[in-house]
Write a protein that binds this ligand. Sequence first.
Ligand code: PEP
Ligand code: MN
Length: 370
Amino acid sequence: MPEKVQSLRARIDDLNLELLALLSERARLAGEVGKLQTAAGASQYDPVREQQMLDMLVAANRGPFDDATVKSLFKQVFQASMQLSQRQEKRQYLVSRDQHPDDTIVEVGSVEVGSGRPPVLIAGPCAIESREQAFAVAERVASRGVPLFRGGAFKPRTDPYSFQGLGEEGLAIGREACDAHGLAFVSEIVSAQDVPMFEEYVDLLQVGARNMQNFHLLRAVGRSSKPVLLKRGLSATVEEWLMAAEYLMSEGNHAVILCERGIRTFERYTRNTLDVSAVALAKLESHLPVLVDVTHSGGRRDLLVALTKAGLAVGADGIMIEVHPNPAVALSDQKQQVDFETFDAYLDATLYHDSLSPQRLELSGFASRR
Ligand code: PEP
Ligand code: MN
């Protein structure tokens, strides 16, 4: 290679490095401006300022690039800086996987929920209706190796005149039934002032779909030492769902389990539409465990097995299902709770692995993810 070409190339190499250093310094300064703008409540993207910079560059342009090329080169630089500061801003969320690359494992009583653990099963009646009913379900699900019992005591109902739950009495019954059968207890909390009461009875606080954006409740539950099961709102985007989890975490509670429970769509054959992509997405975007509530997702018993397989196939860390001794007379969700026989058939069909030995809960789980 002629010496002249070599020396020109060496000079170009030097200029590349200088350009890189200048671009990096520019990105750093733009990031600082972005932070100050965000702190002042202003948008990071300022089109007027961008136009001024382009006008200044075109006015200073003496070639050899034409004005359009100069503009397009610098627009790329502006865009890269903007994307960088947006990425850096997103990284600050506690819920984000960028903050916490490893999967979080949440302990509920002695049960671990999350990656690498057998997908967990939560089963129980929609509502705790009586001592007999709660004990019957607890006994049955425990005998099948299910580690977590869920029963509502405070039911957020669409119709104000329908059964609202037994309240604190329901929590006390649930606790007793779980203690009698070695189960961890999950129940839904609907009011911030009830946190101390719930802490006496439950192992896992459920925040229901209708309260996903009850920020006052989220903050109160976020200050609790109990883990939280956060259901996705009926029409919540994945981002809104994750921001709700951020509310909990920002108050110090990092033991958060997400739960997809179907979203409202135009479909009428199902009560809701199970959004499997949201399950996969939540696992990509966040480090939190994600469960699928197959009962409320479809609202149909004949879909429970298929929705369970779908949820596990996209990476769910567990499944929630409603079981009732006699669904026909249930005080809520009659159409979708399953009786004991149907529950057994469900366990068989989903290959739920049961050692039938409650002492060996670590063996509980779905035998196959496929
Ligand atoms: C429930 O889990 O019983 C319930 C009411 O579910 P959701 O909040 O998802 O509607
Ligand atoms: Mn229900």
